[in-house]
Design a protein around this ligand. Structure first.
Ligand code: AMP
Length: 501
């Protein structure tokens, strides 16, 4: 079933309810949003687009993101949301690879896009231009019927290693992820707000659909991005507001001294990268029982395991800290297995690759049969993440398999060392990598942002983890390399490390 039907149904039932806000100002009711989507679909059809065609959106967060997404679906096309902060050449690659026929780009990046647009792109339309506004005078059309297995969203991976791949998310995948969210992470009532401060092209965008189905208000910050004070002001204005945030954003919120209006926060959902226990504790002190965690990836749109608000806040539970250090339990609709290199299941407690299957798992990678076959072999999604399931059924996430360090024949998970180093009060950020080493195979190296002394860090490690896991070298830097989603790029760090004398 076409996702666009969720919007037209909500509009039919409650036309005057608020659907979209820019900051504190409502800019569209459900009826207005649905009409905009239906007219845009009419315009796309007039361009000659047919169901299944790809339409790209390259924009920072903006209120019209909703009309664009739903207009594309309404026309039966597939959306290709891309991060506006990517380099023109990277965007050009996504446009070419996806075969998008039309691209909507925000002002400011349209010129850069034009110089990288592939021949296959027929139209590049600037959001907010006269040409763009005219599209909404087209006659509204009916929602194009789509099957659950049809492509809805080409989700380009954040590309922490090499070229991004396009995970094919179907209408069924999006429905399954939205339902899982609304039942297991964050129940939604009409009028509840979702604040989009993280990119709508990625993590935050996946929360749009559940809030459309349940008549929530989509709040786009005026800045179009993440400013902790602005987010707190929005919490002050919108009662029962939720927000998805990467762990680095949660940390910046927890560090921000302004009034956070905690009483108005429904849920702060973190995911997309590891949250260190120290940071989770700080956030819990600041925001109280309002934090939830999700673990997933574009290939199973942020829906593999989840740690609930109750579990995060349940300080009296004897296993509270172990739970807090975990990524939670599988969603009820998702099967999770820990497998060895031959894909055989491993017993509880043993570490291996995390595999999952269920309605949320992508149909494959766009135009990449080889990667699809490797990733979905045996009917399971191979996440490339390494972890173990503990005796209570909680997933203890270690690292990406490629980040594992093998030193002197022993496996060392960087995150374990990072967790220890972060407990030092003068360590703000840290990333641990392996450096090729003649004697050990790989040597553990810690890149540290902060002012601690190597001897202090050594002492800390010796007091908490096995001696062989202790870094052999500490490199102090002003900042760690990160991608546009705030994820630390260990690949880049390894390249930097090679150049370090
Ligand atoms: P992406 O597909 O770009 O969103 O990246 C997904 C990857 O981010 C996963 O495969 C994990 O390596 C990582 N990730 C996602 N959620 C979490 C989480 N809750 N804790 C730690 N790492 C996570």
């Amino acid at each position: 079933m076409n996702q666009a039907l969720w919007l037209s149904r909500s509009a039919l039932q409650h036309p005057s309810m608020s659907a979209v806000a820019c900051g504190t100002c409502v800019v569209a009711s459900y009826a207005q949003l649905a009409e905009r989507a239906a007219r845009l679909a009419g315009a796309l059809r007039r361009f000659g687009l047919v169901p299944g065609d790809r339409v790209a959106v390259v924009s920072k967060n903006c209120p019209d993101y909703l009309a664009l997404l739903y207009g594309i679906w309404h026309a039966g096309c597939a959306a290709v949301p891309a991060n506006a902060k990517l380099h023109g050449a990277e965007l050009g690659y996504i446009l070419e690879h996806s075969g998008a026929r039309v691209c909507f780009a925000s002002q400011g990046i349209d010129a850069e896009m034009a110089s990288h647009a592939p021949a296959s792109l027929e139209r590049l339309i600037t959001i907010g231009s006269a040409e763009y506004d005219a599209l909404f005078s087209a006659d509204a059309v009916d929602v194009t019927p789509r099957d659950g297995g049809d492509l809805a969203w080409l989700f380009y991976t954040s590309g922490t290693t090499g070229r991004p791949k396009g995970a094919m998310l179907t209408h069924r995948n999006l429905a399954a992820a939205s339902q899982a969210y609304a039942t297991e992470v964050d129940p939604i009532s009409p009028g509840d707000a979702i604040i989009h401060a993280a990119p709508m092209s990625h993590g935050s965008g996946l929360y749009i659909m559940a809030h459309v189905a349940k008549l929530g208000v989509q709040v786009v910050p005026e800045s179009g991005g993440f400013e902790p004070e602005e987010v707190f002001d929005l919490f002050g204005h919108w009662p029962r507001a939720s927000m998805f945030a990467a762990p680095t954003m949660i940390k910046r919120l927890a560090d921000c001294p302004a009034d956070c209006h905690a009483e108005n926060i429904r849920t702060l959902i973190w995911g997309g990268a590891p949250m260190y226990v120290e940071d989770a504790l700080q956030a819990l002190d600041r925001f109280g029982p309002r934090l939830a965690q999700i673990y997933g990836q574009g290939e199973a749109p942020m829906t593999i395991t989840t740690l609930s608000k109750r579990e995060i806040a349940d300080r009296d539970h004897p296993r509270w800290r172990a739970r807090l250090a975990s990524a939670g339990k599988p969603y009820s609709s998702v099967d999770v297995m820990i497998a060895d290199a031959a894909d055989a299941p491993l017993p509880l407690g043993e570490t291996g690759e995390i595999l999952c299957r269920g309605e949320v798992v992508m149909a494959g990678y766009w135009r990449n049969d080889e990667a699809t076959a490797a990733s979905l072999r045996g009917g399971w999604l191979h996440t490339g993440d390494v972890g173990a399931i503990d005796e209570e059924g909680y997933l203890q996430l270690k690292d990406r398999s490629k980040d594992l360090i093998i030193s002197g024949g022993s496996n060392i998970y960087p995150r374990e060392v990072e967790e220890v180093l972060l407990t030092h009060p003068d360590v703000r950020e840290v990333s641990v990598i392996g450096r090729p080493d003649r004697e050990w195979g790989e040597a553990v190296v810690a890149y540290v942002v902060g002012g601690a002394l190597p001897a202090e860090l050594d002492a800390l490690c010796l007091s908490r983890i096995a001696r062989f896991k202790r870094p052999k070298d500490y490199v102090f830097v002003d900042a760690l390399p990160k991608n546009n989603y705030g994820k630390i790029l260990k690949t880049e760090l390894r390249v930097m490390d090679k150049k370090t004398p």
